[in-house]
Design a protein around this ligand. Structure first.
Ligand code: FAD
Ligand code: A2P
Length: 272
């Protein structure tokens, strides 16, 4: 038989770990968020990250670490992404449209999980830039509200528009069918900008160090008996906030050895 074999490859390549994009939203020329279908087999803990990507030009998967921004109970998966000019992945990923496929390796890992913290009363989430992503998951996770009397979310960005994704999630919590009542008045949101005028200017590290953040929020200084923290930002930010937490007597925890705070890099490198 001489009939050429017509491979199914003419339709979108069905990769072993392919998921379909269901929605995309752009916030700035540097930031966007998107949702994809969730593999039935994928179980994860809110706050964890996975490897996602696209097929590279060499035919091999081009994968990067991404925090899952949606909570563990959500039937889809959400991601919050940077657009790096000339970035191998994001220069292409930023053009995805509903119906497109991405690759998602269903092996979640990470330290920004409740299991890595000892019980406490007040949970701090310290984020810069896309470091908000794991907190977008954890804020929509019932366990967060069951475990803590108070949750304080700080998000520092250069410009006001970079706060939008986080602000909208924070503002949606009260009306959330699942957790709205649990949130009640437990949540305090503390957004700051460093390079554009906004109601609160400055790096969170400076505002913690000077005591201004505690005065603004009406809460006492950090106390290892009460406070727990999760940190996600650039390496420089993580190191600075870690030093402040350690100065207050909090110790870094891990999945295998829970303590008072946990840290994860929002990305590797100096930032864009
Ligand atoms: P890359 O070659 O990966 O990066 C090029 C340079 O861009 C980096 O050296 C760095 O200077 C800068 N850069 C990369 N990512 C960022 C960022 N997020 N913010 C500011 N500057 C950056 N990225 C996300 O957008 N969302 C996430 O939820 C996310 N979660 C991550 C979780 C972990 C544990 C790690 C290690 C990284 C995470 N990243 C996340 C970064 C991500 O893996 C990629 O680096 C990013 O998608 C850019 O990919 P790229 O191939 O375009 O450029
Ligand atoms: P700044 O504008 O003063 O550098 P980036 O986009 O570079 O990742 O930074 C995101 C936000 O995090 C910016 O507002 C930036 O402030 C802030 N930031 C960067 N490094 C640190 C750090 N070491 N400590 C506190 N905030 C930081």
């Amino acid at each position: 038989d001489q009939t050429p074999v017509v491979e199914k490859a003419a339709s979108p390549v069905t990769l072993p770990d392919a998921q379909t994009v269901t929605s995309v939203r752009h916030f700035t020329d540097r930031l966007f968020a998107f949702r994809v279908t969730r593999p039935r087999s994928l179980r994860f803990r809110s706050g964890e990250f996975v490897m996602i990507g696209l097929l590279g030009e060499n035919g091999k998967p081009l994968l990067r670490a991404y925090s899952i921004a949606s909570p563990a109970w959500d039937e889809e998966l959400e991601f919050y992404s940077i657009k790096v000019p000339n970035g191998p992945l994001t220069s292409r990923l930023q053009h995805i449209q509903p119906g497109d496929e991405i690759i998602l390796r269903p092996k979640p890992v990470g330290t920004l999980v409740h299991d890595a913290l000892l019980p406490g009363k007040r949970l701090w989430m310290f984020a810069t830039g896309t470091g908000f992503a794991p907190f977008a998951s954890l804020l929509r996770e019932p366990e967060t509200w069951e475990k803590y009397d108070e949750v304080i979310v700080t998000h520092t960005c250069r410009e006001v528009a970079e706060l939008t994704y986080g602000r909208e999630i924070v503002e949606s919590l009260k009306d959330d069918e699942l957790i709205g009542e649990m949130v009640g008045d437990k949540l305090k949101y503390y957004p700051t900008t460093t390079r554009e005028e906004s109601p609160k200017m400055g790096r969170i590290t400076t505002l913690i160090e000077s005591g201004e953040a505690f005065r603004d929020l009406g809460i006492p200084p950090l106390d290892p008996a009460v406070d727990r923290a999760m940190v996600c930002g650039s390496l420089a930010f993580n190191l600075d906030i870690k030093a402040l937490l350690e100065k207050a007597g909090l110790r870094e925890g891990a999945n295998s050895d829970p303590a008072e705070f946990v840290v994860e890099k929002a990305f590797v490198g100096d930032g864009v």
